[in-house]
Design a protein. Structure first.
Length: 186
């Protein structure tokens, strides 16, 4: 092999270390205990992991809001991050469905382990008008059964998780999910 096509051992070693670090970091972020998989807002406490009733999210103004406060109206909870391309792609579609449904379904966007200023800038850029906040430590997405970003969770009016979708959704797919899981024609 010509010398010009060879990579130095330092480049190979650094690439290997970076890849291993990324793999370990991804595993640590996404690792979830099976017994914590959500079935409703009344999940039981497991160790130091809060139940859905105890879980809170944080507004961009720093206010702590109980997840249980979402009860009363069927709710779409969409987990996103400013660095997630599929999240950015789907946010305008969620806004479209939100506008079409009005107050019939509540929408909440939660930025997972994202900087508040970057998450807020994304919300502004995508034109999202529904309520947005932060899942600072990723605990809410874990409680709700999310594994990747974006994740969308549907809650019925009693706060029970009726569906969890990992991955990007377009407006038609979101409408179909709402119709299938909550009986809401969109």
């Amino acid at each position: 092999m010509p010398a010009s096509l060879r990579l130095s051992w330092r480049v190979v070693a650094l690439s290997t270390v970076l890849a291993l670090g990324a793999a370990v970091g991804t595993y640590a972020l996404l690792a979830d205990d099976d017994e914590l998989a959500p079935t409703s807002i009344e999940l039981t406490r497991e160790g130091d992991v809060p139940t859905a009733d105890e879980a809170t999210f944080t507004t961009f103004d720093g206010e702590e809001v109980a997840l249980s406060s979402l009860r009363g109206t069927p709710t779409v909870v969409n987990f996103f991050a400013s660095t997630c391309t599929p999240c950015i792609t789907e946010m305008p579609a969620f806004e479209e469905v939100h506008q079409d449904l009005g107050a019939e379904v509540a929408f909440l966007g939660l930025a997972v382990t994202d900087r508040a200023d970057e998450a807020q800038a994304l919300v502004d850029r995508t034109g999202v008008t529904y309520r947005t906040a932060q899942d600072r430590d990723g605990s809410v997405i874990k409680i709700m059964g999310g594994a990747v970003l974006p994740t969308t969770v549907l809650l019925d009016a009693d706060g029970a998780v009726v569906a969890t979708h990992n991955g990007e959704l377009d407006a038609d797919e979101l409408r179909a999910l709402l119709a299938d899981e909550l009986g809401i024609p969109a």
